[in-house]
Structures are given as C-alpha cells and as structure tokens.
Design a binder for this molecule. Structure first.
Ligand SMILES: Nc1nc2c(ncn2[C@@H]2O[C@H](COP(=O)(O)OP(=O)(O)OP(=O)(O)O)[C@@H](O)[C@H]2O)c(=O)[nH]1
Ligand SMILES: [Mg+2]
Length: 454
C-alpha cells in the first residue's frame, strides 16, 4: 500500500536530514520533490497545492529554521498536515438511538459493495451487534447468491426476495423483518453500474428515501485514483453520503485517491478494505495511514511499548552480566519472558516500517509454545544447574525432561542454543563482534537512541 510514495518521501527527508541547518532554498527544494512525489502518486493537484502552501508557511518560521533539528521539524509539519488532509480524527459508524440502524452501501460496479457489506456485518457481529444483510441488488442475477454465500460463511442472516420485486419494496419488507428479528443493524447491498447513470441514481435515491438510513456509505476502488474522487463527488451531490470506504487499498501502490478524496468531497473516510478476505477491513485512522505513508510504521507505538515492558534496571544488570560472562539460563528465561510480554512476533513486525508484509507469514502461536517449553525445562532444573549447565549429564537430562514433560532431545536443544548465546556474549565481551550485535541485548531505550545517532 502506497509504497512508491513512501519511498519517494523518505528519500526527500533523508536528504533534508543530512543537511543540519536549513535555509529557504533547502526547504523549497524539498517541497518541490514532495510535490512531484504527490503528483506522481496521482494526488489531486488542488490538494497538493493547498498542502504545500501550508507546509511552506509553517516550515519557514524562525522557530523551525533556528531549531536544533530543523529537518525533523519539517517532517513533523508534513506529518501533521497529511493527517489534516486525511480528516484528522477517525470517524466511526453512527448508530441510531432506536435500533435498527441502517447502513446503505452504494458504489459503481465491482467497487466492492457486496464484499464490504459482509465485512461490515461481520465486524458488527464480532462487536456484539445483530446485523441483517439485505440483498437489494436485483439487476445482476447472481448478486443475491453472492451475498448469501459470503454471509453464510459468517453465519449472518440475509433478507432477500424474488428478483422481480422492486428494491424499495424489498427494503421496506427487510425493515419489518429486522424488527421481528430484533436486529441492531441493517446493511443493504445495492446495484452498481459501470458508470454513473440516471437509472441507478434514481433507484438509489428511492431506496434511501424508503430506508432513511443513518449511514450512506460509498465504496470506492482506491486503484482507480482520480476517478474515485470524481465518482465520490457525483454520488455525494446526487444522494448525499455520510462516509467513504476505500476498497482495494492492498493493491494500490500510488494512493492518490486516499489522499485526495476526503479533502475534495468533505466526506469522511470511515473504513478501508485491504484484501479479498472478509476480515480485511480496517477502520480508517488518518494518523496511522500518515505514519505508514511517511515510512514510520507504528515505530513510536513500538518504542513506547518496548519502554513500558522492559525493566531498565534489569537491562542494566543484564548488560553487566554480559560483560562479566555471568549470563546463565535463568537470565535467558527472563529475557524470553520480557520479549514475549511485548506481544506476538507478528504484532511486533507489523509496527516496523517495511516489514508489515511479513507479518501474516509468521507463526504466531509457535513462539508461545516454544516459550512454554523453554520455561518448563528451565524450571525443572535445580538452581545449580541453571547457573552452571555444564553439570547436566545424561541422567540429569532425563530427569529434567521427565519433570518438564519434554524429551531429553528437547533439553539438549535448549542447552545447545544457550551455549551459542554464551559463546556470542563471550565474543562480545572480548570485542570481536560488530557493535550492532550488541543491540540484541541492550535495552530498547538505549537502542532507539543508538538508531537516532546512526
Ligand atoms: N484485493 C481486494 N479485493 C477486493 C476488496 N474489496 C473487494 N474486492 C474484490 O473486488 C471484486 C468485486 O467486489 P464485489 O463486492 O463483488 O463488488 P460490488 O460492488 O458488489 O460489484 P457489483 O455487485 O458487480 O456492482 C471481488 O472479487 C472482491 O473480492 C479489497 O479491499 N481488496
Ligand atoms: Mg455486488
């Protein structure tokens, strides 16, 4: 998602950061590059113009130019202005005080209405709501079946009628049905056409009138770039929208639609679709998308989490032990527990810029199982064995395996791993390894300072 823009912007900021003090020329040049990157990403020119003039005005202030870290200040301003363009605050679904709340999904053909209707219903269901899906797309014969099939997998009820009944009538009947079922949300899937046309708009306006929905959500295919923006404008002026859902963000390397649509239409983006699977729908957070665009991942969250989890004193003690070669199995266990407290491997990787694509491929529960095993083995050892594992012979190994519900081979494997770590720490204390390796064992606070120095 938005990789190209991210790459371009990070190059601009790297160049800027390398300069130390900045003058007007440096800032002009950086903004020129940002402008090119945004236009190449198919961001609307009006948005680009407004965005850059705001940044320039703020970046040229004496406060920024004379600060100790001018480049960082400029990046901070870009970050804030991007968030502003994307809508500042996240925007959620508006339920009514007397259920059911109704959400009407509209959009061009293939933009993702049917899939998104089921994704939304599934999220609502997960949040404890009782959704009812309504098949009001009678134009395409297979549409009702597609909705039923997807909904069945999620165990969500669908209201549908014979394809000859008018959509407004179907919707009126569906509202009655929802009251009988005590549904809390009614989500209506409607017809789409290749282009905006009178017949579609009239039908949607009638359906909207019949339903009086609290949400009229337009699904727009993010891959269509600027077209998505004009489609949204047209829908909004004809039937009135309460929110936008950007679909297929997983396939869009440019991101122009995402960055222009809110600013041009004034309609908030409420969700983004990030894949074909039903769970691939994320609430839209302007600040999170911005930090992804600027290539910062959720690094700040990551650092905060690490600082919360790691005990500073323990980290110092550990460092001392590493230098004196006193690192033992108990320390190993403590380290594993601390890292585990920070979250699953997948969650951690998600937060590191450029690595999020690997997250789905990581074995999530494997780490947990492995930790439990290591924990069981070390806890089955005597104190003496934990401090001095070389005394663990065949019979001790069998005893430890029995006590921990593992095999002597498992015990052996752990010991071998431990000896490797010990060997590593010994080389470290003798200064044989490159500095970077030391980072594996120092506290994240120290590590983050180190990164900034680098
Ligand atoms: N990669 C990806 N594919 C998506 C996403 N949302 C929908 N799709 C796919 O886009 C195609 C069209 O989605 P539909 O939900 O059928 O679109 P629609 O708007 O209901 O289409 P019509 O009913 O023909 O108007 C399907 O193959 C979906 O799986 C998304 O966020 N990412
Ligand atoms: Mg459909």
């Amino acid at each position: 998602m938005l990789e190209v823009l991210t790459q371009k912007l990070s190059k601009v900021f790297d160049r800027l950061s390398g300069k130390g003090k900045l003058n007007e020329g440096d800032i002009d040049e950086a903004l020129r590059q940002v402008r090119l990157a945004l236009l190449e990403a198919d961001v609307n020119f009006k948005v680009v113009k407004e965005f850059l003039s705001k940044i320039k005005e703020r970046a040229m202030s004496a406060e920024v130019l004379h600060s100790l870290t001018p480049a960082q200040q400029v990046i901070k301003i870009v970050n804030e202005e991007l968030i502003a363009i994307l809508g500042k605050e996240p925007s959620c679904l508006a339920p009514v005080s007397h259920p059911p709340s109704v959400a009407l999904l509209v959009g061009l053909q293939g933009s993702g209405k049917t899939t998104t209707a089921v994704k939304l219903a599934a999220q609502l269901k997960q949040a404890g709501q009782r959704p009812l899906l309504v098949a009001a797309d009678i134009r395409r014969p297979a549409a009702i079946e597609q909705l039923k099939l997807l909904a069945k997998e999620q165990d969500i009820p669908v209201y549908s009628e014979d394809g000859k009944v008018a959509p407004t009538t179907i919707c009126e009947h569906a509202l009655k049905e929802s009251k009988e079922r005590a549904s809390t949300w009614v989500i209506v899937d409607t017809q789409g056409r290749l282009h905006i046309d009178e017949a579609m708009m009239t039908e949607l306006a009638d359906v909207k009138f019949a339903l009086q929905p609290s949400e009229v959500l337009l699904t727009v295919d993010a891959m269509t770039g600027q077209d998505a923006v004009s489609v949204a404008q047209e829908f909004h002026s004809r039937i009135g929208l309460t929110g936008l859902i950007l679909t297929k963000m997983d396939g869009d390397a440019r991101g122009g639609a995402a960055l222009s649509i809110r600013f041009i239409t004034g309609v908030p983006i409420k969700f983004m679709g990030t894949g074909e699977k039903i769970d691939a729908l994320e609430p839209f957070y302007p600040d999170r998308l911005t930090s992804r665009i600027l290539g910062m991942g959720d690094m700040l969250t990551f650092i905060e989490q690490a600082e919360r989890t790691f005990d500073q004193q323990q980290a110092k003690d550990l460092e001392k032990k590493l230098h004196t070669g006193g690192f033992d199995l108990e320390d190993l266990l403590n380290q594993m527990r601390q890292i585990h407290k920070m979250g699953s491997l997948g969650q951690l990787v998600e937060m590191i810029p450029g690595f999020s694509k690997f997250a789905p491929h990581l074995p999530d529960d494997k780490g947990e199982k492995q930790l439990k095993k290591v924990e069981a083995i070390i806890l089955s050892m005597t104190c003496e064995e934990r401090h001095n594992p070389t005394i663990i012979n065949g019979s001790r190994r069998r005893r430890i395996a029995r006590g921990s519900g593992t095999t002597p081979k498992d015990v052996n494997q752990l010991l071998n791993q431990f000896y490797q770590v010990q060997k590593l720490t010994r080389s470290l204390t003798q200064g044989k390894l490159p500095g970077g390796m030391m980072n594996m064992f120092t506290s994240p606070r120290q590590r983050s300072y180190k990164m900034r120095e680098d």
